[in-house]
Design a protein around this ligand. Structure first.
Ligand SMILES: [Zn+2]
Length: 242
């Protein structure tokens, strides 16, 4: 972060002082954290974003902050988080020139995927025209998850990589529930129930053995390798593989 202290600039250098002040002002302007989707920050608006819901969903990441206690709980499970905040993920998306779009999927059970060959995060097009705020926030979380996959610069996955990326869903869902208290997440939507809510429940349930999380991930990802060089497997990953 660049911190400018204009009052230390010599008075005779009026030009520099003026520039420093305006620069400092630009950097320091912060909008309050939005609490409704109609007041979201839309500073990231490149021409390749064609869909309003992609525009909203990706910009929602800018103010997404994970609870510090939640991060500690997750890290105790052996997870290595790809990003420590939504803003960090958004920065990565921008700097990596990742594109995001809706696409046709073979099943409604697949919510999103990262297309490594085209450096593109694809979201199931059944959500293209949704007006449901819970689904738009779930799309934000799906983008976050897939950006986590994009970070290792390969097209492969592993149980540990899925754990690391799914933990982002668990953390962000809990954070979004606090940030948007009026949004109802209990609606009958696959991406909300099955892609988002379930992971907040499973990563944060009372059971210290995490048996429900292990069983679900065994079914979904049990055939993947336990880990890889960038995602060294945790005990939890070995239990899912066993
Ligand atoms: Zn994944």
């Amino acid at each position: 972060m660049i911190t400018l202290t204009p009052y230390k600039i010599p008075y005779y250098n009026q030009k520099q002082k003026t520039e420093a002040l305006s620069f400092s002002k630009d950097l320091s302007i912060k909008q309050p954290t939005p609490t409704t989707l109609s007041t979201f920050d839309d500073s990231f608006n490149p021409s390749w974003i064609k869909d309003e819901n992609i525009h909203k969903a990706v910009n929602n990441l800018n103010y997404l902050k994970f609870d510090k206690k939640d991060i500690k709980t997750i890290e105790k499970l052996g997870v290595i988080l790809p990003f420590s905040s939504g803003a960090e993920a958004l920065k990565f998306i921008k700097s990596s020139n990742i594109r995001i779009k809706f696409d046709t999927f073979e099943s409604n059970d697949i919510h999103a995927r990262y297309d490594f060959d085209n450096n593109c995060i694809k979201i199931n097009e059944i959500y293209k025209n949704t007006k449901n705020p819970a689904e738009i926030l779930a799309i934000s979380e799906a983008i976050l998850h897939e950006a986590g996959h994009a970070k290792d610069l390969d097209g492969d996955s592993s149980i540990q990589e899925e754990l690391d990326c799914l933990a982002l869903n668990a953390l962000s869902h809990r954070a979004f529930k606090k940030q948007f208290p009026d949004v109802k997440f209990d609606e009958d939507s696959l991406i909300v129930k099955d892609g988002v809510c379930v992971y907040a429940d499973l990563f944060f349930d009372e059971d210290s053995t995490k048996s429900n999380l292990i069983n679900r991930l065994k079914n979904k990802y049990g055939t993947l390798p336990t880990g890889d060089f960038i995602h060294p497997p945790s005990n939890l990953a070995f239990k899912i593989k066993s």
